[in-house]
Design a protein around this ligand. Sequence first.
Ligand SMILES: *[C@@H]1O[C@H](CO)[C@@H](O)[C@H](O)[C@H]1NC(C)=O
Ligand SMILES: *[C@@H]1O[C@H](CO)[C@@H](O)[C@H](O)[C@H]1NC(C)=O
Length: 203
Amino acid sequence: MERQQVALLHILISLSLQIIGPSFALNHFFIPEKEELFSECPDKPGFSFVDKLADLSRLNRKKDADGAVNISGNITMKWDVEPSSRIAVEVSVEKFEGGTWKPTVFKGGDRDFCKNFYDKNTIYYPFSTEHVINKQQVKDKCITTPGTVLVLEPFLLKILINFAVPLSPGRHKAVIIFSAFDKSGVKLPRDTCIEIVGEIVNI
Ligand SMILES: *[C@@H]1O[C@H](CO)[C@@H](O)[C@H](O)[C@H]1NC(C)=O
Ligand SMILES: *[C@@H]1O[C@H](CO)[C@@H](O)[C@H](O)[C@H]1NC(C)=O
């Protein structure tokens, strides 16, 4: 089968792609529930939402009949942290079963997210930051420089899942938490939490 572009707003998803992983044999497809992809985290009161990190008002997202999402436009960073801050990210995948969200084995993270932000050698590069056309201008700015604009070439986001990943069809969500630490390692007060809810279906 055709190896579709598994792509997404890098800053938010690259880590879940790292866990879910592009692969040679794919048998599941993740269809986001919301065209705009992101939801607030209902189980995490007091966390900020994506609007604290970035202005997505010029980011176009359009879901097609197959559940793939066409993405284009610009993302403007607005997280009010020092450019030198260290960003840590944690991602976990939960499944909706028996009326509640239950953890799955998928939990991972990166304690220095900005270190590899545009690194071509990361497994998620072809699916994410590859689509940032102005990467030469913004590559040192990561998500910690307010006002930075990431210009995305239009691409089709289709999240395919490796058969080796023990996720079965059904409603799932990726819960993504961003934390920032200042130069002396002190954590900034409010973490940001973003969810992507969707359905895993067989191809
Ligand atoms: C999505 O983009 C593809 C080309 O990348 C295009 O063929 C298709 O019509 C677009 N679909 C929507 C819903 O915009
Ligand atoms: C994104 O930014 C580029 C470069 O500044 C601009 O040409 C383009 O019109 C912008 N697109 C949107 C959807 O705002």
